[in-house]
Design a protein. Structure first.
Length: 71
């Protein structure tokens, strides 16, 4: 029974991580202002680690064009 519970927990974790990792621009743009701020990008660790590189105009936000270079 314990192994079944562990297996189900791992499946749930993997599926939620996969869904979270598949974040798109509109999902990350929580306030709907057409850009992704650093605080919004913080929801995706990989995006946050690349934020400075993707923010080519260095305005502290990612436009759809800048975000399109992600992944």
């Amino acid at each position: 029974m314990k192994s079944i519970n562990k297996t189900l927990a791992l499946i749930a974790l993997a599926s939620s991580s996969a869904a979270f990792a598949a974040s798109d621009f509109d999902t990350l743009d929580v306030d709907g202002d057409g850009v992704i701020s650093q605080s919004e990008a913080a929801a995706d660790a990989k995006l946050m680690s690349m934020f400075s590189e993707l923010d080519t105009d260095q305005n502290g936000e990612l436009s759809k064009e800048e975000f399109s270079k992600y992944k």
